[in-house]
Design a protein around this ligand. Structure first.
Ligand code: HEC
Length: 329
């Protein structure tokens, strides 16, 4: 083989397995391909709205499974075709009931945000790195509310694959328009004295106080892994949980979360072990494709007042919206 051919072969092979590591074994992130994920401010958009006459054709297609959010709302250039600026302003009304998409607009809240994602894996771990512009209000030493990036993930539920986090969002969650009163929640036996209704999967419950008959049989496939990195007073903290009957937190995070805020940008890196996973985590292996949905809370925002993404698929070696690169071990 001539020298030129050898060189080409080496170049070809190194494009398959990227030597994206520094000598200290750190990932060389600038060499890992990055993709942009569009996020929007949803106001009180819930699964109830999405499957109602207020969402008209959208609702019919979601229910029949013939089209999903991305078919109708994601433009070819990756931007969102959703009236999110009008939602944030409080000026957009639902088509049929004429209810506002945002009954309590916040001054200056923008309709759109975006985050860049990079994905990489080696023989042992998957790494997801996100970067987004932010004032860093939670990072500040005087912050009262942490800033946070949350990732919902699931590998096997077709409804999550098409609709992402929207299958966990309902009109009766705390901070949504039809939330029950604190008193009603506290007095309900299933809530054991807690006073908030948190995210639940549409597979698990038909309303805050009604379990679905098929809940138990749907649990294995429908459980949604929820991992967050919180930024508070100069510290990044990993928080690990899951969503099914409700949002639940694990005592100890089953992943490593790190990150920082520097010059107007947050970075967050989720490092998760491949292979066998805990009971409330997605088990991932080379060749898998799984779906994530992102949420970003910032600037003192809590509960529903976040930016969210449509579902995004991540692949460890096969076709997906975001392809994780294989690192040299
Ligand atoms: C078949 C196409 C279709 C699908 C699938 C669909 N939508 Fe829509 N959506 C629409 C249309 C059309 C409207 C505008 C309402 C109208 O005029 O009927 C809309 C309105 C909305 C709005 C209100 C803001 C606006 O721009 O009007 C939001 C938010 C929204 N959709 C989110 C979603 C999400 C999230 C999903 C997936 C879970 C989804 N849609 C699936 C077609 C669709």
């Amino acid at each position: 083989m001539g020298a030129m051919h050898k060189l080409l072969l080496v170049l070809f092979l190194s494009a398959l397995v990227l030597p994206c590591r520094s000598q200290a074994g750190e990932i060389d992130w600038p060499r890992v391909k990055s993709a942009r994920i569009a996020l929007f401010y949803p106001g009180v958009v819930s699964w109830d709205f999405l499957t109602s006459e207020d969402h008209r054709l959208g609702a019919r297609m979601i229910k029949s499974g013939r089209k999903d959010c991305r078919n109708c709302h994601l433009a070819k250039d990756g931007s969102l075709d959703i009236k999110a600026d009008e939602i944030a302003l409080g000026s957009l009304k639902m088509k049929r009931t004429l209810k506002p998409f945002e009954p309590e607009p916040m001054a200056g809240k923008k309709g759109f945000a975006s985050a860049d994602v990079q994905a990489a894996y080696d023989g042992e771990h998957l790494y997801l790195r996100f970067r987004w512009g932010s004032k860093g209000a939670g990072w500040d030493s005087s912050a009262r509310t942490p800033d946070r990036i949350s990732v919902q993930a699931n590998k096997s539920d077709p409804l999550f694959r098409s609709n992402g986090c929207f299958i966990t969002c309902h009109n009766d969650l705390t901070s949504m328009p039809q939330a029950p009163s604190k008193k009603e929640i506290v007095e309900h036996p299933a809530y054991k004295g807690r006073d908030a209704v948190s995210l639940y999967s549409v597979h698990a419950k038909s309303s805050w106080d009604r379990k679905n008959p098929e809940a138990d049989s749907m649990r294995a496939a429908g459980l949604i892994d929820l991992k967050s990195i919180e930024f508070e007073k100069g510290v990044a903290r990993a928080v690990d949980g899951w969503v099914f009957e409700e949002k639940s937190w694990e005592e100890k995070a089953g992943f490593e979360g790190s990150g920082e805020w520097v010059e107007g940008y947050y970075t967050a890196v989720f490092k998760k072990r491949l292979g066998q996973a805990g009971k409330h985590d997605v088990a991932l292996a080379e060749g898998d494709v799984f779906t994530i949905s992102l949420a970003i809370h910032e600037n003192g925002a809590k509960e529903r007042r976040h930016y969210v993404s449509l579902p995004v698929s991540i692949g460890l070696g096969s076709g997906a919206d975001v392809q994780a690169v294989r690192l040299k071990d």
